[in-house]
Design a protein around this ligand. Structure first.
Ligand SMILES: Cc1cc2nc3c(=O)[nH]c(=O)nc-3n(C[C@H](O)[C@H](O)[C@H](O)COP(=O)(O)O)c2cc1C
Length: 252
C-alpha cells in the first residue's frame, strides 16, 4: 500500500503513519515531479481546507498517474467538511480514477482565524481520534467500498461553499497578509516547513505569491512570531505524535 500525504501540523502525517504502508509526501512528489505511482492500494491523506482539499493536492491528483486496484481518500478535519467528499470523487474521476473508499478523521482544527487552539486541544479526547483511525484501518484492510454519487444538489452546495469559503480563503497570495512580529530570530524554520517553497529568509522573512494557506509557518514557528489577522488563538498546534523535524522532513 502507498499513501500520498500532505500535512502542515502533523494530523495527516499521524493518520498516514497509522494506516501504514509506504508514505510519500505530496509536496516532495510535486517538487521532484514523480507522478507515477503503482501499488495494490493507493491512498491520499490530506486536510480539508474550506470544505475542499488543498490546492496542491488537487493539482497532484490531476498530474499523477496512479495505477491501483483500490484508490482511497482520507481527509482530516476539525469541525465540518461540507461537500469535500464530492470534491474528492470529482477530482479522482477527472484523473480517470475510481474512488473506492473515502472517509474523514475529526481532529484538532488548526484554522487560526476560526478556532482557539488550546480549546481545540482540550476537547480533542472527545473526538476519539484513535478509534476513528482504527475503524478506517479495518475498512481499508477489508477493501471496503463506499459509493459517492454527486447529485445536482451536491453541485449547488459545492458552488455555494466555493463562493463563500474556498474563494476568499484559498488564495495563493494569502501569505502576504501574514504579520511577522519583532520576536522573529530569522531561524528559517518557516521556510523549511513550507510545502510550497513560498518563504525566503535572509535579513528579512519574505513571502512570495504561491502560498498553500496551510499555516505550517504560523503553527511551527518556534518563537510564535508569525500571525494572521484576525486569529482566534495566540496558542499554536502541532499533533502530539509528530515532531518539528517530521514536518520539515515532509515539506522541505
Ligand atoms: C486554510 C484552512 C482551512 C481549513 N478548512 C477547514 C474546513 O473547511 N473544515 C474543517 O473541519 N477543518 C478545516 N481546517 C482544519 C484542518 O483541516 C485540520 O486541522 C487538519 O487536521 C490539519 O491537518 P494537518 O495537521 O495534517 O495539517 C482548515 C485549516 C486551514 C489551515
Amino acid at each position: 500500500m502507498t499513501i500520498c500525504y500532505f500535512t502542515a501540523t502533523g494530523n495527516c502525517l499521524y493518520v498516514a503513519k497509522s494506516i501504514g504502508g509506504k508514505l510519500l509526501s505530496i509536496p516532495q512528489l510535486m517538487k521532484t515531479e514523480q507522478f507515477e505511482i503503482t501499488d495494490k492500494a493507493v491512498g491520499i491523506v490530506c486536510p480539508c481546507y474550506a470544505v475542499e482539499m488543498p490546492m496542491m493536492v488537487r493539482e497532484f491528483i490531476a498530474k499523477a498517474k496512479i495505477q491501483t486496484d483500490y484508490f482511497f481518500f482520507i481527509y482530516t478535519y476539525g469541525s465540518g467538511y461540507g461537500e469535500a467528499f464530492c470534491h474528492a470523487k470529482l477530482a479522482a474521476e477527472e484523473a480517470g480514477l475510481d474512488l473506492a473508499y473515502i472517509n474523514a478523521v475529526k481532529m484538532v482544527d488548526n484554522y487560526l482565524p476560526g478556532f482557539e487552539m488550546q480549546e481545540q486541544i482540550r476537547t480533542l479526547p472527545q473526538k476519539d481520534v484513535d478509534g476513528q483511525i482504527k475503524k478506517i484501518c479495518s475498512d481499508i484492510s477489508a477493501r471496503k467500498q463506499v459509493d459517492i454519487t454527486v447529485t445536482d444538489t451536491n453541485r449547488q452546495q459545492m458552488e455555494m461553499y466555493s463562493n463563500m469559503l474556498a474563494g476568499p480563503i484559498l488564495k495563493r497570495t494569502t501569505a502576504q497578509k501574514y504579520v511577522i512580529d519583532d520576536t522573529c530570530i530569522r531561524c528559517g524554520i518557516c521556510a523549511k516547513v513550507c510545502p510550497a517553497d513560498n518563504i525566503t529568509v535572509g535579513d528579512q522573512v519574505v513571502f512570495s505569491d504561491h502560498c498553500e494557506v496551510c499555516y505550517a509557518c504560523l503553527h511551527n514557528c518556534p518563537m510564535n512570531a508569525l500571525h494572521i489577522v484576525p486569529e482566534q488563538s495566540s496558542a499554536r498546534f502541532r499533533n502530539e505524535h509528530v515532531e518539528l523535524k517530521d514536518i520539515i522532513e515532509a515539506n522541505q
